[in-house]
Design a protein around this ligand. Structure first.
Ligand code: IMP
Length: 202
């Protein structure tokens, strides 16, 4: 085994297809077989943590125990500066996007920003915590962010979640307009996964 995980197979502890696609692509160059939580029909633990790191650990530890494999989990979200970094860890639950769709969640976020802040500060960042859990109970975490601002109307069809309204600093296109290759180089997830790769796979 040429990596410090001591295995060539790990499970991605997420049922979010957008995250699975991005993480599998970023990890593709390494000699690692990546299974998804759906492949193994793993349960979804309740995210009761108060930080991205705590929630990532809950998911990784649960998947590692259930699958008896090394597990890697991502907990991430959009932090809007003028809204005290909300929706943050509640991004997946803000205005029930699973029920109402992300277009509605994005519209609510834009309206809230306009109402509560006069729309002066539209800066935001995405944050991502990656947790790795081993069957013997050991864990390790990494955190990445990407800064940007929120555009309206939302633009583009690529990516997932809030991508159509997030324009990363240094670009004039939203994450949903940029190619996946660009997002996978500069995103919060890419940033945290790069630290994971440097630590465990190099
Ligand atoms: P959780 O980590 O499963 O709690 O969900 C994270 C939520 O944050 C996702 O459902 C999206 O709403 C949002 N999110 C996290 N990362 C991204 C991203 O890369 N693009 C767009 N939205 C994201």
């Amino acid at each position: 085994m040429s990596n410090k995980l001591n295995t060539n197979m790990l499970v991605l502890a997420t049922h979010n297809a957008g995250k699975v696609a991005e993480m599998q692509k970023i990890l593709a160059p390494y000699d690692i077989k990546v299974l998804s939580a759906d492949d193994l029909k793993l349960s979804e633990p309740e995210e009761t943590g108060t930080t991205f790191v705590e929630n990532a650990l809950i998911k990784a530890i649960s998947a590692s125990k259930e699958a008896n494999m090394v597990a890697i989990a991502d907990d991430s979200g959009l932090c809007v500066h003028a809204l005290n970094n909300r929706p943050g860890i509640y991004s997946a639950r803000y205005n029930e996007p699973k029920k109402n769709g992300f277009d509605y969640a994005m519209k609510c976020l834009d309206e809230e920003l306009k109402e509560k802040t006069d729309n002066k500060d539209r800066s935001a960042h995405f944050s991502c915590a990656i947790a790795v859990a081993f069957p013997n109970g050991e864990t390790k975490t990494f955190e990445g962010i990407v800064n940007g601002s929120l555009c309206w109307p939302a633009r583009g069809n690529a990516g997932f979640g809030y991508d159509p309204m997030f324009v990363p600093d240094g670009y004039d296109k939203s994450f949903a307009e940029l190619s996946g290759d660009v997002k996978n180089k500069i995103s919060h997830r890419a940033n945290a996964l790069k630290q994971f790769i440097d630590y465990f796979l190099k």
